[in-house]
Design a protein around this ligand. Structure first.
Ligand code: NAD
Length: 295
């Protein structure tokens, strides 16, 4: 998609942070935006503010973990306009202490919001986007933690790896379609994620080390990159058809260390008699590309 003007975008987590910032950047370029959030009042207030600035915007309540909620939101969205940009972005953080004591509700909630919701998002809109034959774009929010995992919540980190995995697999699946895909990999950004996580958390508030980590994260994120800059970068990537959206290049050094550690660990075959998977043939069959992905 070379121009977002005149398109309709559906954004989850649109009431706050990176979702709202991207909505603002899209609206400024003439995109009609649907802000969907579990905070329905916040989404409606944000949409009202975009409308008063001359944009076309709709705010609605959506719980990305509920299939029923998706079906209602999908119907309202279709009345508003044909969705051609889907930003599957809502996310929550939060840990639950050492892994052997992890609360299973916190675990399931992190996966439901951060990872499983992408399936519902795509079940609601991706079919129509493909069938339209028109230039369309799916953006999925993962995180730098899915490449360089810091010592924080296992549920958050692993659900963001799952999100990156979904994007990588969809990159192949969508390669020959009219739908481009990007994966957003931000570092620290000054959003409300620590606060919204506390408000939405399904079980007890964090205690001990987990509470201290959450408190520390709030301080660190306050000094993070402006969400507005990231929103503008997302729109630029949509128009340029870029798959990876790395907003924090200072993390590249750490990504190199992680990758080098992995590559250096490739040793001899576990079975010297095995003839070897035909990786050269696979690469050649894909025209020098990574599986089906356009690179
Ligand atoms: N802030 C950062 O430093 C950072 C870094 C990397 C990745 N991210 C990712 O960016 C995305 C956006 O987060 P943010 O930092 O803008 O935080 P944010 O809290 O400001 O915004 C997230 C929004 O998602 C909404 N939300 C939460 N659960 C929901 C649900 N079940 N259904 C619908 N909406 C729900 C919240 O109400 C909130 O408005 C998340 O996926 C997050 O993991 C953030």
């Amino acid at each position: 998609m070379t121009d977002v003007a005149g398109k309709t975008a559906f954004i989850t987590g649109g009431a706050s942070g990176l979702g709202l910032a991207t909505a603002k950047a899209l609206a400024a370029k003439g995109t009609s935006v649907i802000l969907a959030d579990i905070d329905g009042a916040g989404a409606e207030a944000a949409a009202a503010s975009l409308r008063s600035a001359g944009g076309k915007a709709l705010g609605l309540r959506l719980d990305v973990t509920s299939e029923e909620s998706w079906s209602e939101a999908g119907a309202r969205a279709r009345d508003f306009g044909p969705v051609r940009i889907l930003f599957s972005n809502a996310g929550v953080g939060g840990g639950s202490g050492p892994f052997e004591q992890y609360d299973t509700d916190v675990w399931r909630w992190n996966y439901a919001v951060n990872a499983h919701a992408h399936l519902y998002a795509c079940r609601t809109f991706l079919g129509d986007m493909k069938a339209s034959g028109e230039a369309s774009h799916l953006v999925i929010t993962s995180s730098m933690v899915a490449i360089v995992p810091p010592p924080i919540s296992v549920a958050y980190i692993s659900s963001k790896y799952a999100t990156l995995g979904i994007a990588m697999a969809l990159r192949n699946e969508l390669a020959d379609s009219c739908v481009d895909i990007s994966v957003l990999m931000p570092g620290m950004s000054a959003t409300r994620i620590v606060e919204t996580t506390r408000e939405l958390r399904p079980v007890e508030v964090e205690v001990g080390k987990a509470a201290a980590t959450s408190q520390a994260m709030q301080g660190v994120l306050a000094g993070g990159m402006s969400p507005d800059r990231i929103g503008a970068r997302v729109v630029e990537a949509i128009e340029a058809g870029e798959y990876w959206i790395f907003t924090h290049p200072e993390w590249k050094k750490m990504a190199e260390l992680v990758t080098q550690d992995m590559l250096a660990s490739f040793g001899p075959s576990a079975d010297p008699a095995y003839r070897g998977d035909d990786i050269d043939g696979l690469i050649a069959a894909n025209g020098g590309r990574m599986f089906g992905a356009r690179v």
